[in-house]
Ligand binder design. Structure first.
Ligand code: ADP
Length: 568
């Protein structure tokens, strides 16, 4: 039942109970008082009658009849033995035989010399009467009056009380209705405010004017503010954590106890090949690789997995997994592809350098040993010493190239850019090679347009780039060929192209010739005195300028190496 209805029904019940009690009390008390008054009056009248009634029975009978008719009473004279001497109800004398009245309580009292009062239904007249009997006359004088008057009075009084009570009931109902509403309305509004808080909406707090309810409202308002503050702090913290996880280079995945993915940062999506908005399958179906599935099954059984290296779609991933107390799991994917590649590069580099040094060193050691032990003739010794010198130069060449490469790679060398005339630098770079070129009947052709003749570059760096490219062209192109330098404006920068009419480089090698120690034909390169580092140095020098390198070639038709330099 609602609060207002309850309050109303309780008030009505109380008012109704009050009314019943009031009516009952009115009946009892009023009747008692009225009857008492009536008894006093009747007693006084009985005394008067006792004095006025003649002793002769016939006369007494007649007088009694008249007096009773005037006063509206019933008067009875009773002998000490209970016999009725005179009775006002009868007009004539003698009386018909009447019941003996000695056993009537009021008569009994009066016969003992006291005033007797009794209230009962008269057997003679059939109505409720009040009897008062006093000693005197022939024995007892008894006066009786009809109680209907008293009843009428009591009923009138009850009616008045009932009317008043009804009015009170109406007013009470109205008052309790207003009160109930004034209490219930703010309470209902308070309930709505509490529901709004629970739903995360903005609550509207009521103002009741009732101090107790206002205190409750204030408490709820304070609670709401505290909750809002805590939620804010929580949201803030959550947003920070989410941003942190999102910004992580490592892929982070969190799943609940049923394997549903709750969090997957962009790195995780990228590593697993899912688009940002794409729905992720459950953890159990997330990986296609068996090793990764094993990690998932272990972590879902509560086992911590630390850094397991797996290959996933060509990438090397270090996968760590940790079960959560709540039943889910967190997986961290660390992409170590680059690290592993660099490790491999380093390993290969050491192996390559060792190998490159080993060949001339073995040769030097062999010839030196023969010189020491066999002491060959002068001509042979001279030949051996030349071989030793050649190998030593080759080693020096290699070490020089390695030092250059390391200087550029480490960032210690920075290009000092200035406008450089390409044709001039090309001729400078060609000069030391000119004798070798002449022996092979090869010529340099420089074809540079006026609007593409100057490049913003480090002059020394550019000279070395061109030297290396000319050196390759001289080594690989057959005798009588040409080496040409062209330039062109490209993408806002300037492209310098060195072409030769050599054997070319097969397509499958083109992308790799700029790697250190990468050779298309290892023995030929060594024979020609190459270190396998020439193009790697070219690439690093150009990239240090912010530029790019590209090799284009058709087997049998020649090779063009393009170095693109950005505008300043
Ligand atoms: P190398 O010292 O062996 O020439 P480079 O780094 O200069 O090392 O070149 C890498 C490889 O690319 C060479 O071994 C060669 O096989 C190939 N190459 C470079 N330039 C040319 C060219 N102009 N014509 C044909 N092949 C070339």
């Amino acid at each position: 039942m609602r609060f207002a209805a309850r309050l109303l029904s309780a008030t009505l019940l109380v008012l109704l109970l009050g009314l019943v009690v009031l009516l009952w009390t009115a009946d009892r008390l009023l009747r008692r008082d009225l009857e008492r008054d009536m008894a006093v009056t009747l007693e006084r009248q009985a005394v008067l009658i006792r004095e006025a009634v003649p002793s002769e029975p016939a006369q007494a009978q007649q007088q009694l009849h008249q007096m009773a008719a005037q006063a509206g009473l019933r008067i009875t004279l009773i002998a000490p033995d209970g016999t009725v001497v005179a009775e006002s109800d009868y007009a004539t004398y003698p009386l018909p035989p009447l019941q003996n009245h000695a056993d009537r309580p009021e008569v009994r009292e009066a016969l003992q010399g006291r005033t007797g009062v009794a209230r009962r239904q008269s057997e003679t007249v059939g109505r409720a009467l009040l009897y008062v009997a006093i000693p005197g006359g022939p024995g007892v004088v008894r006066v009786a009056s009809d109680l209907s008057q008293v009843n009428a009075l009591v009923r009138r009084a009850q009616l008045a009380v009932a009317t008043a009570a009804l009015v009170a009931l109406l007013i009470g109902t109205l008052a309790s209705l207003i009160t109930a509403r004034s209490i219930a309305r703010p309470l209902t509004a308070l309930g709505a405010a509490a529901r709004a808080i629970a739903a995360g909406d903005r609550p509207r707090f009521p103002r009741s004017g009732i101090p107790d309810i206002d205190a409750l409202v204030q408490t709820l308002r304070d609670m709401h503010h505290q909750l809002a503050d805590r939620f804010d702090a929580l949201r803030h913290g959550q947003a920070e954590s989410a941003a942190l996880v999102e910004a992580m280079v490592e892929g982070v995945l969190a799943a609940d106890g049923k394997g549903r993915i709750l969090t997957a940062n962009s790195a995780a999506r990228r590593l697993l090949g899912y688009r940002p908005e794409e729905a992720l399958p459950d953890l159990q179906e997330l990986f296609r690789v068996k090793g990764a599935r094993d990690v998932v099954s272990q972590v879902t059984q509560g086992v911590v997995v630390e850094g397991r290296e797996l290959e996933l779609d060509g990438r090397m991933l270090l996968v760590s997994a940790r079960p959560l107390n709540s039943g889910g799991a967190v997986l961290v994917l660390h992409d170590v592809t680059d690290v592993r590649r660099l490790e491999a590069v380093r390993r290969d580099f050491v192996a390559n350098v060792s190998h490159e040094l080993k060949t001339p060193l073995t040769s030097i050691a062999g010839y030196a040993e023969t010189l020491v032990s066999d002491r060959p003739d002068e001509v042979t010794s001279g030949r051996f010493l030349e071989i030793i010198l050649g190998n030593a130069r080759r080693m020096q060449h290699l070490v020089d190239d390695l030092l250059d490469l390391s200087r550029i790679e480490s960032g210690r060398w920075q290009p000092r850019k200035e406008p450089v005339d390409i044709a001039e630098v090309a001729r400078e770079a060609w000069a030391p090679l000119a004798e070798r070129a002449a022996q092979r009947h090869m010529e340099l052709s420089v074809d540079v347009d006026n609007d593409a003749s100057v490049v913003p570059a480090d002059p020394e760096g550019l000279r070395q780039v061109l030297t290396n490219l000319f050196d390759n062209a001289l080594r690989y192109a057959p005798a009588g060929g040409t080496v040409a330098v062209h330039t062109a404006r490209q993408e806002g920068g300037l492209a310098v192209m060195v072409s030769d009419s050599g054997p070319g480089i097969p397509h499958e090698h083109l992308s790799r010739v700029f790697e250190r120690f990468y050779r298309v034909d290892t023995s030929r390169s060594r024979e020609e005195g190459g270190t396998g580092l020439g193009l790697a140095i070219v690439r690093h020098l150009v990239e240090a300028h912010g530029g790019t390198v590209r090799a284009e070639s058709e087997v049998g038709e020649g090779t063009t190496i393009t170095c693109w330099f950005p505008p300043t």
